[in-house]
Design a protein around this ligand. Structure first.
Ligand SMILES: C[S@@+](CC[C@H](N)C(=O)[O-])C[C@H]1O[C@@H](n2cnc3c(N)ncnc32)[C@H](O)[C@@H]1O
Length: 270
């Protein structure tokens, strides 16, 4: 199966918020790779946990432009790539070639039968799900007993500098909420998974300005805010006030930090 499948069964009808997320990422499919240095760093850290891929059937959930899918194909896995955005999937197909099966679908309702894969991997997609326990349960369902589930997601504390700086400008929500480590642990318990590893670490990326950071976020498509219509990056006055508030965090090297609190988990399926 090499075509991109559009799911049209009633169960797969996407909620408006998912359509908005898919649209935002779809718009960014052409700019994603240029702006995704942090996402590649996290993917590399997650892929370091994958010790066996050769000859196995794998699923990349929220594949984006296919960075992880390609790495796993190169390690000898037969990959299926799934994403909400068909524009992202086109990039994955262009990157990985015909042998990768690309499917539009939702991590919270995976369109596969039980025990379809030897492993599943998801890097920096699950923070876009409404209920983290659902994609975890779904990956558990579609991965065979004994198979691995590898995931990375963002936790509370991510982009705190940007969030704080916006608070000095207006009372809108400009940065999405992320789950706390204890909420992530609760979701894992609700999904009933058997954890091998759960690691939280800070990754600090550096920018010349807050605008540069926001351009990267826009460039990767991370623009859908749960409680807010997308209104662009902001007007000139707003950006000036934001830059001035953000500069309170300036480092000795003259750069501005953007902190991500990254969660990496490895599960062995029962
Ligand atoms: C930040 S990108 C990460 C892409 C890729 N995994 C990487 O590491 O570069 C997040 C991706 O997850 C997808 N996504 C978000 N919510 C999703 C969901 N509920 N189901 C499937 N894909 C989803 C987006 O369309 C986007 O392509």
């Amino acid at each position: 199966m090499s075509a991109i499948l559009k799911l049209d069964n009633p169960g797969s009808v996407l909620a408006d918020s998912k359509k908005a997320i898919a649209k935002a990422f779809g718009r960014a499919a052409g700019t994603y790779d240029r702006c995704a240095a942090f996402q590649r760093d996290v993917a590399d850290r997650l892929l370091n946990h994958v010790t066996a891929a050769r000859g196995l059937y794998g699923l990349d959930v929220g594949c984006g432009t296919g960075y992880c899918t390609e790495r796993l194909v190169n390690q000898g896995a037969t990959m299926t790539a799934l994403d909400l955005s068909s524009e992202m999937l086109l990039k994955t197909k262009a990157r990985c070639g015909a042998e990768v099966t690309a499917i539009t679908g939702d991590a919270e309702a995976l369109p596969f039968k039980e025990n379809s894969f030897d492993f599943a991997l998801s890097s920096l997609a699950l923070q876009w799900c409404e209920d983290l326990s659902l994609p975890l349960s779904e990956m558990k369902r579609v991965v065979k007993p004994g198979g691995k589930i590898y995931f990375s997601t963002l936790a509370d504390g991510s982009l705190w500098e940007l969030s704080e700086a916006w608070k000095a400008v207006d009372s809108d929500q400009h940065v999405n909420h992320f789950l706390t480590p204890s909420q992530i642990n609760i979701a894992l318990a609700q999904a009933g998974v058997n954890l091998d590893t759960l690691d939280f670490s800070d990754i600090v990326t550096l920018y010349a300005s807050a605008l540069e950071l926001m351009r990267d976020l826009k460039g990767i498509g991370a623009t859908h805010i749960e409680t807010r219509q997308n209104r662009g990056l902001g007007g000139r006055e707003q950006i000036r006030a934001l830059e001035s508030a953000y500069r309170k965090n300036i480092l000795e090297c003259g750069r501005l930090p953007a902190t991500y609190h990254v969660c990496i988990g490895v599960i062995t399926n029962e």
